[in-house]
Write a protein that binds this ligand. Structure first.
Ligand SMILES: [Zn+2]
Length: 342
């Protein structure tokens, strides 16, 4: 399973894709840019179109560039993604993977009519953008059956090589009226089964434990900006367990590492920890941010690598049992494992 690193165009550091950077992560295969970031700054958008996204960002060949439509940002502003601008951006900036220009995200608190309206409008855009490599979006919601039915009823959508699944984050974050976890997981599995021949991407999964769920559900790729957001708040990610707060940067509070966990961090072999150690993770300002962000992304890539290796050689079940701490996610991993065997 591929981990796609969400970037922020406001601050490209740490340049984890750049072989000349002290923070280079050689395991990184893809990054994601949000169109919201480009819409906010017309000069940036223009330059990326002139040069092409790859040259503009300095991303090497071998690292794919994904473009997210930023629908969430535009909807929050009460607007829509400007479709023609998005289309001309895609044409000229040439990302390797790009979502349809707009999808309408059903939130758990919407009533049935509102969720169905999101479905109807998203499917309209899916049908209107069946050309030129646009990746259609399907949402995990109470109407996943209807989504998949309409999707598969359309010959040209059925021929698409890739599909993105959205709407998972508000459900996993336990928003009011969120779907039960088991329903979310069952819906992802159903999408996986019915879209068996397609590259299946999930938007916005960023914790180490949720990576296990996505990998066990045979999802092909997930993206996250969580490695950066957490770093900005002084938080580091840990293999097989929840986040820990290592730098006190103000109003954010969180669980600090215990003695064992400081030990795990002290022996971490990510580029940031190898060079700057625990002091680097605790540091303030840009230096600390870059260390924590690099550490977080490396941890996600390494977790995904280990999950895959253990699934391949048949040792996953014995390994995860001692690797993943007991948390809200443990029973979910057990649940998905049981379902895999049915
Ligand atoms: Zn590290």
């Amino acid at each position: 399973m591929e981990i796609i690193a969400g970037l922020s165009l406001r601050n490209l550091k740490p340049k984890v894709w750049d072989a000349a950077s002290p923070y280079h992560l050689s395991g990184l295969r893809a990054v994601m840019v949000s169109y919201a970031d480009l819409d906010r700054t017309p000069a940036r958008r223009r330059k990326a179109m002139e040069k092409g996204l790859r040259a503009y960002l300095g991303i090497p060949e071998g690292v794919s560039i994904y473009l997210d439509n930023g629908a969430f940002y535009f909807l929050r502003k009460g607007g829509e993604v400007p479709r023609q601008e998005y289309e001309s951006f895609v044409r000229q900036a040439q990302p390797d993977w790009y979502a349809i220009p707009q999808d309408y995200i059903p939130t758990p608190r919407m009533n049935d009519d509102e969720q169905l309206d999101c479905l109807r409008r998203t499917m309209q855009v899916n049908r209107a953008f069946q050309h030129d490599g646009y990746v259609p979006v399907v949402h995990i919601s109470r109407y996943i059956d209807e989504y998949l039915r309409q999707f598969l009823a359309d010959e040209r959508l059925r021929a698409k090589p890739a599909v993105a699944l959205g709407g998972i984050v508000p459900n996993l974050l336990r928003a009011r009226k969120a779907m039960p976890y088991s329903d979310v997981l069952d819906s992802v599995r159903q999408a996986r089964v019915e879209l068996a021949d397609k590259q299946l991407h999930i938007f916005g999964i960023g914790g180490t434990a949720t990576l296990h769920l996505a990998a066990l559900l045979d999802v092909d790729s997930v993206d996250s900006s969580g490695w950066r957001n957490r770093a900005a708040r002084g938080i580091v990610q840990m293999p097989g367990r929840g986040d820990r707060m290592v730098a006190n940067l103000g109003s954010w509070r969180g669980r600090e590492p215990d003695e064992d966990e400081w030990g795990i961090l002290a022996s971490c072999s990510c580029p940031a920890c190898r060079q700057f150690g625990i002091e680097g993770l605790k540091a303030s300002r840009m230096h600390g941010f870059c260390n924590r962000a690099t550490h977080n992304l490396w941890t996600l890539l390494d977790e995904a690598r280990q999950i895959e290796a253990h699934l391949t050689d048949g040792t996953y079940e014995t390994w995860y049992d001692q690797h993943v701490e007991n948390s809200v996610y443990r029973p979910l991993i057990d649940y998905v494992l049981e379902q895999r065997q049915v």
